[in-house]
Structures are given as structure tokens and as C-alpha cells.
Design a protein around this ligand. Structure first.
Ligand SMILES: [Zn+2]
Length: 278
């Protein structure tokens, strides 16, 4: 029964559309339309804060003759991106879900670093007991050793989430912006000043039609440089508030599409929990 004066609005089916614009090992850019800001922001927050990855959490320094303080070295080790794609961390669980007393192979991976100077100690010098979980990059400098100096330590890597510490954040950049809408009016004199003023190559003068054309809408940062130089005021910069450009950039530990998939799983689990409770 619907009370008088109230209107029943039928929910339309989801008309969300996603188009991938750029995808490589560390970056994913896609457009998402038919969604609202709160939903897109929820995905962004979960990508950054609740997708688990591996990071060194405990360091036992046996010997450190270098000029670097033990705490600084431990901090550097914590920030090392470790391989954390689904295949590599298969079977690993978060320490709080593990029933062991401190560390066990289900929740932690132990690593050893032993090196004598002189020379620079790099991330590749860290040897891991699990060949899958190791530093993503070999050439990250950790510290410098002089003649007769030595470093020896044991480190333990565990899964964690960004909400707890930034070292467990899989993303280095995770952001969205409204989809720009650039309209060029009929009165355009084709003076080309807008194309010259644009710092991102969004506009171009088309020699064939002798008109200004939008060639790279996605790259527009809405700085309005074009708008300011347009004497005839025919160019207009706006945005579509139901369409977003979403960028995920990772530190190389987890592929960006995997971060997105896992974030959607986390959101979906939360929704399931609510349904269960109700
Ligand atoms: Zn354990």
C-alpha cells in the first residue's frame, strides 16, 4: 500500500558503464559512467585502505656498522614494495586471522640480509625464504657500507592493510575526477589561441575543416587556460557529474586491476554482512 500523495518511482536497472583507457603493470585508467560520487569514492577508499599487501613489519638487527641508524634502516625496509599479487600471496592470511602465537608460514615470510662493505646494499641483497615474496625492484638502495663495515639482519614480512600503516597501501596514487565536457560554440573564430594556451594538448587546430577540435578530452585538467584566452568567449569547460575518470597507480606490488577487483570484493563482503545481519 502506498500512502496517498506519495509517488512510487521504479528503480531502473544499473546502467553503469566502464571503459578501460589505459592499462599496464602499474597503472589503470578507466572511465565509469552512470555512477554517483559516493559510490566511486567508496571504491577509491577501499583500494587505498583495505586491499591487503605484504610489507616488512618486524626487523631484528644483528649487526649494523653503517652510518645509518637502525630505526631508519628498519623504516626503509618497511617501505620496500614486496611482490603481493594474488598468485604470490595465495594461502597467506592476515596475522589477526592466524591462530599462531607470533609468526608462522601461514601469516609471515622471513627474510635475511647479510652483506660486507665496501659498497651499496640494494633490495636484491635481501634473501627471502619464500621465492615468490621478494622485493619488486632489485635496485632500491638501502644503505652504504664502507671498508670493514657489515650489516646483518632478519626481517619478517606480513600481510596488512593501508588503514593500519601506509606501508601496506598497494596504491601510490588512487583518484578520480569528473569527466570534462568541452564545448566549442558556433561563433569560434579559429584564432587558435586556445590550442596554444592548453598545457595538455587537449585542443588542436584541424587544418582540413579549419576549426578547433577536441583531441584529448580525458587529459583535460579543467584549468580553463583556453577559456581565459578565448576573445569571442565561445569555448566552455564543464563536467559530467555522473561520469568519472578513475586512475589507480600502484607501487608494483599488486597489479592495478587486481587492486580494483579485491576492493570490489571487500565492498561486496561488507554488503553481504549487512544483509546477513538483517
Ligand atoms: Zn601465523
Amino acid at each position: 500500500m502506498v500512502p496517498e500523495g506519495l509517488e512510487v518511482r521504479e528503480e531502473e536497472g544499473s546502467n553503469m558503464e566502464i571503459h578501460v583507457q589505459k592499462k599496464n603493470e602499474i597503472e589503470l585508467v578507466f572511465t565509469i559512467s552512470g555512477a554517483d560520487m559516493s559510490f566511486v569514492n567508496a571504491i577509491r577508499r577501499v583500494c587505498m585502505m583495505e586491499v591487503p599487501k605484504m610489507a616488512i613489519d618486524d626487523v631484528h638487527i644483528i649487526k649494523n656498522d653503517s652510518a645509518m641508524f637502525d630505526e631508519v634502516l628498519a623504516h626503509r625496509l618497511g617501505l620496500l614494495p614486496l611482490v603481493s599479487d594474488s598468485e604470490s600471496i595465495d594461502g597467506m592470511i592476515l596475522p589477526e586471522e592466524c591462530d599462531c602465537e607470533e609468526y608462522c608460514p601461514k601469516c609471515s615470510v622471513s627474510m635475511v640480509l647479510k652483506k660486507e662493505g665496501p659498497g651499496v646494499v640494494y633490495s636484491k641483497d635481501l634473501s627471502s625464504e619464500d621465492s615468490r615474496i621478494k622485493p619488486v625492484y632489485d635496485t632500491i638502495p638501502l644503505l652504504k657500507l664502507k671498508d670493514d663495515q657489515e650489516v646483518e639482519l632478519e626481517a619478517t614480512a606480513q600481510l596488512g592493510i593501508g588503514m593500519e600503516h601506509a606501508k601496506w597501501e598497494p596504491t601510490t596514487a588512487c583518484a578520480y575526477k569528473f569527466y570534462p565536457q568541452i564545448t566549442i560554440g558556433e561563433d569560434c573564430q579559429s584564432c587558435q589561441k586556445c590550442a596554444e594556451a592548453c598545457p595538455r594538448g587537449v585542443l588542436e587546430f584541424d587544418k582540413k575543416s579549419e576549426k578547433i577540435k577536441v583531441v584529448d578530452e580525458l587529459n583535460c585538467s579543467m584549468c580553463k587556460s583556453c577559456f581565459r584566452v578565448c576573445e569571442s568567449r565561445t569555448i566552455d569547460i564543464g563536467f559530467d557529474d555522473t561520469k568519472f575518470i578513475f586512475t589507480i597507480e600502484t607501487d608494483g606490488s599488486t597489479p592495478p586491476e587486481e587492486v580494483l577487483i579485491k576492493a570490489c570484493d571487500v565492498l561486496s563482503e561488507k554488503a553481504d554482512k549487512i544483509i546477513d545481519i538483517l
